[in-house]
Design a protein around this ligand. Structure first.
Ligand code: HEM
Length: 414
C-alpha cells in the first residue's frame, strides 16, 4: 500500500486527533522528548528533570498549588463577573442574588473567596520553603525578587477583592487598610487619595478597586508568573544540593551514567560525556503525574471547604455605624496590631523595612553553602532569624484576630 493510500484510509477521528496531537502517547525516550517539544502546554517543561525536583518533601508542591489556586481564581472570578456590578447601590444586592437566585452562585462565591485566602497563605508558605532551603541563592537571586513582587501582588489582589461585596466587613476593613497607607511620610495622603479616588471609601473607590482587581493586577500577575517560570528553566530547574564530582576514571555509583541526545532528533541517546551519574528522569510521565496530583489535591480541598463553609456576608454598608473594632483582613491584622502601638512604625516603617530586606536577601547572603536542603546546618543563623520573624508575625496576627475587642482592648476569646 502506498503512503498516500494508507493516509487516505486512516479513520477520520484519528486524523483529527493527529492534527491536534502530533505524537502518539509516548513510549520511547525519543517520543517522550518529541511530545515535550511539540505540545504547547508541555513545552514550558524541560524534557527531563532532576529526581530531586520530584521529591514531594522538598517543594511540598507549594509553588504549583499557588499557581492552581490562581487559575481557580481566574475561572471563578470570570464567572462572578457575569453577575457583579461595581456600584454602591447594586453590589450588595448582587451578593444576595448569588446567595439566593443564581444557580450554584453561593458555591461559586465560596470557591473564589476561599481560593483567595488560600493563595495568600500558600504563596507565603512557598516563600518560606524557598528561604529555608536556601533556594534564593545564585543563580536564582532575581527569581526570588520576582517572587517577592508576586507575593505583594497577591496581597494587593486579595485586598482589592475584599471591598467588592460592599458589606460592613468590606467597607470597614478597607477603610482601616487604606488609612494605614495614609501614614506613609510625604506621599501617604496622596497615595490614599489615588487609591480611593476620594477622601473616603465610596463609589470611586469601589470602581478603582474593581478595575485593579479584575484587570490590572491579574494581568501583571500573569506576566510575573510567566517570567517566574521562564527563569526557573533558565536557572537550570529547581535548586538541589551540589553533588560531589565523581572521579574522571570510574564511577562507583550504581546510578547509570549520564548520556546525551540531540534534542530528540536522533533515534537514541548517543554521546557519553564525562562520568556524571544520571540523576534525571523524563518529564513525561514523572513530572506530569506529580503536577496532576497537586492539581487534584488543590481543587478537591477548595471544593470541600466551599461545600462546608460559606463566605461571610455581613449587613450592607452603614457609614454611620463602624463595627467596634473595625478589623483589616486577617493577613493585615499583624500590621493593624503593630499600628495600635505606633501608626508610622507599625503601618509603614517596619513593613517597608521588611519588604526591603526580603528583596535584598539574596544579595546580602552570598554564601553559596546550604542550598537544596531544608534547615541546612550551614544556614543556621539565616534560618533562625527568618523563623523568628515569621513566628512574630504569626503571633501578631493571632493577637489581632482573636485577642482584640472593642477599642482594640485586650480580650480573651475563651
Ligand atoms: C503567584 C505566586 C507564585 C507562584 C505561582 C509560584 C510558582 C512557583 C513554582 C511552580 C515553582 C516550582 C515548584 C516549587 O518550588 O514549588 C516555584 C519556584 C520558585 N519560586 Fe515561586 N511562585 C510564586 C511566588 C513566589 C514567591 C513569593 C517567592 C519568594 C519570594 C518565590 C520564589 C521562587 C524561587 C526562588 C523558586 C525556585 C526554587 C528552587 O529552585 O528550589 N516564588 N515558584
Amino acid at each position: 500500500m502506498t503512503k498516500e493510500t494508507k493516509e487516505r484510509r486512516t479513520p477520520l477521528p484519528r486524523v483529527i486527533w493527529q492534527s491536534v496531537f502530533r505524537n502518539p502517547i509516548p513510549e520511547t525516550d525519543l517520543e517522550r522528548s518529541s511530545t515535550s517539544f511539540t505540545n504547547f502546554f508541555l513545552h514550558v517543561h524541560p524534557v527531563k528533570v532532576n529526581k530531586h525536583t520530584l521529591r514531594p518533601s522538598y517543594t511540598l508542591g507549594l509553588g504549583l498549588m499557588s499557581l492552581f489556586l490562581f487559575l481557580i481564581l481566574i475561572v471563578t472570578g470570570i464567572l462572578l463577573m457575569f453577575y457583579y456590578v461595581p456600584s454602591t447601590t447594586q453590589a450588595y444586592d448582587r451578593m444576595l442574588d448569588l446567595r439566593g437566585a443564581v444557580a450554584f452562585g453561593i458555591f461559586l462565591r465560596n470557591m473564589h473567596r476561599w481560593s483567595a485566602h488560600g493563595m495568600v497563605a500558600i504563596v507565603f508558605l512557598h516563600l518560606c520553603r524557598v528561604f529555608l532551603t536556601g533556594a534564593y541563592k545564585k543563580p536564582r537571586e532575581f527569581n526570588w525578587v520576582i517572587g517577592v513582587v508576586l507575593l505583594l501582588l497577591t496581597l494587593f489582589m486579595s485586598f482589592t477583592g475584599y471591598l467588592l461585596p460592599w458589606d460592613q466587613l468590606a467597607f470597614w476593613a478597607i477603610t482601616v487598610g487604606t488609612s494605614i497607607a495614609g501614614y506613609a511620610p510625604l506621599i501617604g495622603k496622596q497615595m490614599q487619595f489615588v487609591l480611593l479616588g476620594d477622601t473616603s471609601v465610596g463609589q470611586e473607590a469601589l470602581l478603582r478597586f474593581y478595575v485593579l482587581h479584575v484587570a490590572v493586577l491579574p494581568a501583571i500577575l500573569v506576566l510575573g508568573i510567566a517570567i517566574h517560570f521562564w527563569r526557573i528553566r533558565k536557572d537550570g530547574g529547581l535548586s538541589r544540593p551540589e553533588r560531589p564530582r565523581p572521579s574522571s576514571t570510574s564511577s562507583t555509583s550504581s546510578t547509570p551514567l549520564r548520556v546525551f541526545g540531540l534534542q530528540g532528533f536522533v533515534r537514541s541517546s548517543f554521546t557519553k560525556v564525562g562520568n556524571t551519574p544520571d540523576e534525571s528522569v523524563y518529564t513525561w510521565p514523572n513530572l506530569l503525574i506529580a503536577e496532576l496530583f497537586v492539581f487534584i489535591l488543590t481543587v478537591s480541598l477548595i471544593l470541600v471547604v466551599s461545600l462546608l463553609f460559606n463566605a461571610p456576608l455581613e449587613q450592607p454598608v452603614n457609614v454611620m455605624h463602624p463595627p467596634n473594632p473595625a478589623k483589616a483582613p486577617w493577613y493585615f491584622l499583624g500590621l493593624q496590631e503593630m499600628v495600635s502601638y505606633s501608626a508610622f512604625w507599625g503601618g509603614i516603617g517596619i513593613p517597608g523595612a521588611m519588604v526591603a530586606v526580603l528583596l535584598a536577601v539574596p544579595y546580602l547572603d552570598r554564601n553559596p553553602l546550604g542550598v537544596g536542603k531544608w534547615f541546612a546546618k550551614e544556614r543556621l543563623l539565616a534560618n533562625t532569624l527568618f523563623v523568628t520573624l515569621v513566628v512574630l508575625n504569626v503571633i501578631f496576627i493571632i493577637i489581632g484576630t482573636f485577642f482584640r475587642g472593642p477599642n482594640w482592648t485586650f480580650v480573651s476569646p475563651f
